[in-house]
Design a protein around this ligand. Structure first.
Ligand SMILES: CCCCCCCC/C=C\CCCCCCCC(=O)OC[C@H](COP(=O)(O)O[C@@H]1[C@H](O)[C@H](OP(=O)(O)O)[C@@H](O)[C@H](O)[C@H]1O)OC(=O)CCCCCCC/C=C\CCCCCCCC
Ligand SMILES: Nc1ccn([C@@H]2O[C@H](COP(=O)(O)O)[C@@H](O)[C@H]2O)c(=O)n1
Ligand SMILES: [Mg+2]
Ligand SMILES: [Mg+2]
Length: 207
């Protein structure tokens, strides 16, 4: 839903100048992908298991935007390519594992094992959502569909962790169940989408 041209245009006024600045100081798109992932993982696995929700959210939010910056840097500098696409997508899965895994640990260690289980369901579902897209693309089918793509999943979880840190009750347990539901609905949407596309494609085009 958010991974579209309109959403990207809306943030480009901030993202583009920052991307140009990072290129000017000599950082490469790959370095930003890597730094963003490592910093996100360290922050998620340090703050969230300790239930330091506000600090964790703010640090992760600062570094997860590296995912918007790296592609912009690659495009501006004419370095977009299959290697960068592979690295970006693969490291997204690592960052998601750390963010959602950190929340699973935080919830479980606080004694809320039911919410921890819901968050685990959302984590596994998120992996399946992304796998479905990668596998669809490998057989020649575009699969940019679904109610809860990565941007929605990350933003919903981070808003919930932030509000929880501010003391708003029930928001994280409710959010992780909603996330688990929306994520698995997205799995279903992608499976149906691929099925429909393969029905309209001649067999030789769906390799
Ligand atoms: C009550 C209010 C409290 C507020 C508390 C603070 C909460 C903070 C919440 C959010 C802030 C952080 C927002 C960060 C958003 C980044 C999300 C993101 O993942 O963006 C990347 C996304 C897709 O990028 P890719 O193409 O690189 O990734 C693809 C994706 O992983 C696919 O996964 P799937 O969907 O299948 O599961 C893979 O399949 C695919 O392989 C992979 O390539 O990009 C977008 O979606 C673009 C639009 C995002 C718009 C987000 C709006 C962000 C809002 C605020 C950001 C502010 C920007 C400021 C920049 C400052 C720079 C220093
Ligand atoms: N290190 C990188 C990261 C990304 N790319 C290219 O950008 C595309 C993703 O763009 P986002 O704005 O969603 O990050 C990706 O498909 C690559 O083409 C790159 O080249 N190098
Ligand atoms: Mg990116
Ligand atoms: Mg990425």
């Amino acid at each position: 839903m958010l991974n579209n041209a309109a959403a990207r245009r809306a943030v480009s006024g901030i993202v583009d100048p920052v991307a140009k600045g990072l290129l000017r100081i000599g950082l490469s798109p790959d370095a930003v992908t890597l730094i963003g992932t490592v910093a996100t993982c360290v922050a998620a696995l340090w703050f969230f298991p300790r239930q330091q929700w506000v600090a964790g959210t703010l640090v992760i939010a600062a570094f997860v935007v590296a995912d918007l910056l790296d592609g912009t840097m690659a495009r501006i500098s004419g370095r977009s390519g299959p290697w960068g696409a592979f690295l970006d997508s693969t490291l997204d899965r690592v960052a998601d594992g750390a963010i959602f895994g950190g929340v699973v640990l935080g919830l479980a260690l606080s004694g809320d094992t039911l919410s921890a289980a819901a968050c685990l369901l959302a984590l596994v579902g998120g992996g399946v959502v992304s796998y479905a897209k990668a596998r669809a693309e490998s057989i020649g089918v575009e699969c940019n569909v679904g109610i809860a793509e990565r941007a929605e999943r990350v933003i919903l979880l981070l808003v919930a962790t932030f509000l929880t840190g501010l003391g708003v009750p029930y928001v994280l347990p409710v959010a992780v169940w909603i996330l688990a539901g929306l994520t698995w609905i997205t799995v279903g949407q992608r499976i149906l989408h691929v099925r429909r596309q393969l029905r309209v494609l001649p067999p030789e085009d769906a390799a």
